[in-house]
Write a protein that binds this ligand. Structure first.
Ligand SMILES: C[S@@+](CC[C@H](N)C(=O)[O-])C[C@H]1O[C@@H](n2cnc3c(N)ncnc32)[C@H](O)[C@@H]1O
Length: 403
C-alpha cells in the first residue's frame, strides 16, 4: 500500500481536466488557479504514501533551513547579479564565505535545485530561477526569518501543548500555543514589537503576501464604482476609505493607483509603532496612529475596511473592534468592507487551512466559515449585504451595513 501511487484510478480523469485548459481556454488568472488545483491533485495521486512521508520528514524541513541559510548569506542575491551566467559552488563560496563543501557535493545547492528553488544548469553549475530571484528581494525573503524566529518553535511544540491542555481549542490570545512555546504571557503582536527586525520582517511579509493576488479592487471582483463611488460625498473633507489595521499602507496604495479618481480622503490606521515605520511614499494617503480597540475617530466615512484583521482575534475581541467602528458609521451611508477568507464547507484550499493553523498557533484565532461570519457580524450590529468571491484560496470581500 505505502509504495504504490496514492490514487492511480483518478490520474486519467485529472489529465482530461488539464487538457480542457490546454485546448480551449485562455490562461487568465482564474483558469491558472483552477489548473494549478488540478495539477496538485495529479501530483498527489501519482506520489506514493512512502514518497510523501519522506518528502515531509526530510525534504521540506531541510529545504526550509537551506532557504534561510541562502537568504542569510546573500546567496540568492549573488546569483541574481549575473542571472544568465551559471555559477559553480566554488564561485558562490567566494562570494558568500560559505564552506564550498557545504554548497557543492550534493549539499545546499543540490537540495535547492532538487526542490525547484534554483535551476541546475549542468554538473555543479547553477542559475537563478523566478523563485530564487523573488527570494533575493527582502520583502519576499523576510517571510522565512519571520516564521523561523517568531513561529516555528510554537509549531513544533503544538503536539506537546495540546497534550498538556487536553486538546482544547485555544481561545485566549495571551495564553495559547505561542505563549507556551516562547515562555511569555504577551500577545504575539506585543511580543514581536520587542524585536525590531522581526517586526519589520512581519510587516514586509504582510505586504508581500497580498501583492499580485486577485484583489477586490479589480473590476472583475467588486464593483467599486457602483457600490462605493457613485453615492459618495464629494466635498474635500469627506473621507472615502479608512483602512483600519492597514499595516504599512500597501492596500490603500493599490487602491489609489487602481481608482485614482474616487472622491474624498484615504486614511490609513494602525498601531503607533507600525505607523512610525512608514518612510514616506504614501502620496495623498493620510497615516494615523489608532488603536482599533478604542472609538473610531473618523466619523461617517463612506467605507471602513478591515483586511486580515478579524482573523487575528477570537470572537469577543472581534466584537469589540467592530463595535468601535459601528459607533462612528453613518446609517444608510457608511459601509463596512471585510477582506477575509471564507472557509468553504468542503474542499478548503491549503492557503486557508495553513493560515488557519498558523493563526491558532500564534494568536489563538481562526479563519471562519460563512455562517460564523454572519453570526459574528450580527452580534456586532451588522448585516451582510453581499459576499464577493473570486476563486478558491483568494480572500472574499464581505460588504456590510449597520442593521
Ligand atoms: C495581519 S496584519 C494585516 C495588515 C493589513 N491589513 C494587511 O492586510 O496586510 C494585522 C494588522 O493589525 C494591526 N494591529 C494589531 N493590533 C492593533 C491595534 N490594537 N490597533 C490597530 N492595529 C492593530 C497590526 O499592526 C497589523 O498591521
Amino acid at each position: 500500500m505505502a509504495t504504490t501511487a496514492h490514487d492511480m484510478d483518478s490520474v486519467s480523469g485529472l489529465l482530461e481536466e488539464l487538457k480542457v485548459f490546454d485546448d480551449d481556454l485562455e490562461l487568465n488568472e482564474q483558469n491558472r488557479l483552477q489548473m494549478l488545483q488540478v495539477a496538485r491533485a495529479l501530483v498527489r495521486a501519482l506520489e506514493t504514501p512512502q514518497e510523501t512521508v519522506l518528502r515531509l520528514c526530510w525534504a521540506e524541513p531541510t529545504l526550509y533551513g537551506a532557504i534561510i541559510m541562502a537568504i542569510d548569506t546573500g546567496l540568492f542575491r549573488h546569483m541574481n547579479r549575473c542571472p544568465d551566467l551559471p555559477m559553480t559552488a566554488r564561485n558562490l563560496s567566494e562570494f558568500t564565505g560559505v564552506d564550498p563543501t557545504l554548497l557543492k557535493r550534493g549539499r545546499i545547492m543540490k537540495h535547492l535545485a532538487a526542490m525547484g528553488v534554483i535551476h541546475e544548469y549542468g554538473p555543479d553549475e547553477y542559475l537563478p530561477n523566478k523563485l530564487s530571484r523573488t527570494l533575493s528581494l527582502e520583502k519576499y525573503a523576510d517571510g522565512f526569518p519571520c516564521m523561523a524566529n517568531g513561529a516555528m518553535r510554537a509549531i513544533y511544540k503544538l503536539p506537546e501543548y495540546f497534550k498538556k491542555v487536553g486538546y482544547v481549542n485555544p481561545n485566549d490570545p495571551t495564553d495559547g500555543p505561542f505563549q507556551y512555546a516562547y515562555n511569555t504571557s504577551k500577545h504575539w503582536f506585543v511580543w514581536s514589537t520587542q524585536y525590531p527586525s522581526l517586526f519589520r520582517q512581519f510587516n514586509n511579509h504582510m505586504s508581500a503576501y497580498h501583492q499580485g493576488r486577485p484583489s477586490w479592487m479589480d473590476a472583475d471582483f467588486f464593483p467599486v464604482h457602483s457600490v462605493l463611488t457613485a453615492g459618495a460625498r464629494r466635498d474635500a473633507d469627506s473621507v472615502f476609505l479608512v483602512d483600519v489595521g492597514g499595516g504599512l499602507g500597501h492596500d490603500l496604495m493599490e487602491f489609489s493607483q487602481k481608482h485614482p479618481s474616487t472622491p474624498g480622503r484615504l486614511i490609513l490606521q494602525d498601531k503607533r509603532d507600525v505607523i512610525a515605520q512608514i518612510q514616506g511614499g504614501l502620496g495623498e494617503i493620510e497615516a494615523m496612529a489608532h488603536n482599533f480597540f478604542t472609538k473610531q475617530p473618523i466619523q461617517g466615512a463612506r467605507a471602513y475596511y478591515l483586511h486580515s484583521v478579524l482573523h487575528d482575534w477570537p470572537d469577543n475581541e472581534c466584537i469589540r473592534i467592530l463595535s468601535c467602528i459601528a459607533g462612528s458609521m453613518e446609517p444608510g451611508y457608511s459601509k463596512l468592507l471585510i477582506n477575509e477568507n471564507i472557509v468553504p464547507d468542503q474542499g478548503a484550499d491549503w492557503q486557508i487551512t495553513g493560515l488557519d493553523l498558523m493563526l491558532m498557533t500564534l494568536v489563538s484565532a481562526r479563519e471562519r466559515r460563512e455562517g460564523e461570519w454572519r453570526q459574528l457580524l450580527a452580534q456586532a450590529g451588522f448585516q451582510i449585504v453581499h459576499i464577493w468571491t473570486y476563486s478558491a484560496g483568494v480572500e472574499s470581500l464581505i460588504e456590510c451595513e449597520l442593521v
